[in-house]
Design a protein around this ligand. Structure first.
Ligand code: KG4
Ligand code: ZN
Length: 361
């Protein structure tokens, strides 16, 4: 089997990234992975501003590519193909990446592969842990939340997902409501350690409904109501803040754990050696990881969480997805276009929302 060296490019939300991956499907190494975040640029606006993101990507993409080559100690002559996120995502950012990739591919006569960002996340456990198909994936981030059975490089079955906010988005909004800094997830996790998760009765939305669909916006509203009842002179006491953080996190944990149980029930019959994998920034949360690991153990399944740098948005996953998919598809031509929406499983019903931060995962 020929060893291929692929340059990956990612710019679908607020991280500009380039990476180089070398190897075969199921046996590849990350030679370099450069990620330039934009958090500071959007900090004053309470969310990602698409126009600012697109301009920052256009300014940083070539610098990222040069750094990725330098860190891998390679030149463009050593690259066999260019892979780029072609969607889903904020359209201006995706266009910036696609144009950069087309320029390199055209100038160097290299094959070009437009990759689905979600496929990049979903295939990451094959890159980091060489997990065998089929495996169960929970993508859980600021813009996405879905359970997928991954049976091949382009075979994804969506078992369910959020019908409104993504969990990371809920963490960020709740942090704002209770006076904690952004990003809200890590801030809530730390504060929750000092809190009493049982003090407030917060809802576990959609647990009464069969299947794996989830909803988090009602939980956020419940936190808002509870907070309002606790405010004294517009101030939340430290104890109340900690208890709300703990109660909110416990509700998210319970929902993800119970839905994971249902997803595993559907999936375990498909394989002798089942694994549940996670990706996305929320997968950094230790309470969520511990709960998913226990649920996996109930089913005799492995639990796999890639290193955080490859769980969050990066370009190594895009390069790797192209490496997995290249034998099953033709390269794209210069007609490759950027797609704001691009569901992985075309047979699944359309989701109602995909996160106010845009289609990140
Ligand atoms: O995957 P990611 O870097 O980008 C998006 O897809 O948005 O995930 C960022 C999200 C943010 O909403 C952040 O609050 C959340 O992941 N997050 C966490 C933790 N670390 C990051 N949520 C809960 N607990 C954490 N420790
Ligand atoms: Zn993502």
């Amino acid at each position: 089997m020929t060893t291929l060296t692929i340059l990956g490019i990612e710019s679908s939300c607020d991280d500009t990234a380039a990476a180089i991956v070398r190897g075969h499907p199921g046996a590849a190494d990350v030679l370099s992975s450069v990620v330039m975040g934009q958090t500071a640029l959007h900090a004053d606006f309470g969310g990602v501003v698409p126009e600012i993101a697109a301009r920052a990507h256009a300014e940083k993409l070539d610098i990222c590519v040069v750094q990725a080559l330098e860190q891998a100690k390679l030149g463009l002559d050593d690259i066999d193909a260019v892979a780029v996120t072609a969607g889903p995502g904020l359209i201006g950012g995706v266009v910036s990446g696609v144009m950069c990739a087309k320029g390199i591919a055209l100038a160097r006569g290299l094959p070009l592969y437009g990759v689905n960002h979600l496929a990049g996340h979903a295939l990451t456990p094959r890159l980091t842990d060489r997990v065998a198909y089929p495996y169960l994936m929970l993508l859980v981030s600021g813009g996405h939340c879905q359970f997928l059975i991954v049976s091949g490089p382009d075979e994804f079955r969506r078992l369910g997902g959020t019908i409104d906010d993504a969990p990371g988005e809920a963490f960020d909004k709740v942090a704002r409501l209770i006076g904690l800094p952004q990003p809200g997830g890590p801030a809530i996790e730390v504060r929750a350690r000092e809190g009493d998760a049982k003090r407030f009765r917060l809802p576990r939305p959609l647990l009464d409904r069969t299947g794996c669909d989830m909803s988090f916006s009602g939980l956020k509203t419940a936190v808002l109501r509870q907070r309002d009842s606790l405010l004294v002179n517009s101030t939340l006491a430290a104890r109340d803040q900690a208890d709300l953080a703990a109660g909110f996190q416990a509700a998210i944990v319970d929902v993800l754990a119970e839905k994971a149980r249902r997803a595993l029930t559907d999936y375990v019959a498909l394989t002798q050696s089942p694994s549940i994998c996670v990706a996305g920034g929320v997968a950094a949360n230790m309470a969520i990881r511990d709960a998913l690991a226990s649920v996996a153990a109930e089913f005799g399944a492995g639990f796999i969480a890639p290193p955080l740098a490859l769980c969050t948005d990066n370009a190594a996953m895009i390069a790797y997805a192209a490496l997995e998919q290249k034998d099953r598809r033709a390269p794209d031509d210069m007609g490759l276009s950027a797609r704001p929406r691009w569901p992985l499983d075309h047979s699944a019903p359309a989701m109602l929302g995909s996160g106010k931060k845009g289609a990140k995962a």
